[in-house]
Design a protein around this ligand. Sequence first.
Ligand code: F6R
Length: 249
Amino acid sequence: RIPTKIYSNASLASIAVAKEISDLIRQRQEDGKHVVLGLATGSTPIKVYKELIRLHKEEGLSFSNVYSFNLDEYYPMQPDSIHSYVRFMEEQLFNHVDIPKGNYNIPNGTLPQEDIAAFCAEYEQKIEDLGGIDFQLLGIGGNGHIGFNEPGSLQNSKTRLITLDHVTRAAAAGEFQGIQKVPRKAITAGVSTIMKAERIVLMGLGEGKSKIVAAAVEGPITDQVPASYLQLHSNTMFVIDEPCSSELT
Ligand code: F6R
């Protein structure tokens, strides 16, 4: 069973997660060291990023020693597209804080397909060269995916090009004005890439995620619910709001 912290609402959950991240950044700054964050997109972390921006603007939190690696990007995808996760991260966080431009990394959705494997290997190498991910933030898909590791993803999977699940494309259909326009593929950090992080916090918000969160926390460890692999990680916590806790025993 994965340790789970329940907050009465999404704002309180998000503020708590932002506090953990900012404490880590500040601690490393005091020690004269950098910190490596693994970051997620989607609706779930938006309030965490808002709070981090507030901490930067109002409480002097600096991101000058922060490196980050995002979990995923659609493929193909141009960075200036409104659907791009590069654009998402710049609008939701990076443009509003003092992270150096070269310090954040997002999988490149513009490469020719034959160059993707080499890009993915470099992505993994870059993380390792910086000493690994200190803190990994995750959301969870309705089908149990973490990053875009869809059901069937193996525990030893690395950063790679994947085919998106129907469930995932259906969830994105609204933003893309129809499922037909949602890309069929994405580049995602692998299960093993995620599991190597020193600390993992998965956030689940809303009743819609309650069943899959219960399956991940209490159910069998199975490739059919990739988030259940997190039961094998010794420093993972789920941070959820009350509506999301309704299926936990
Ligand atoms: C996003 C990601 C995905 C999302 C998940 C939940 O970078 O890796 O796993 O975290 O699909 O998405 P939301 O938060 O929009 O419900």
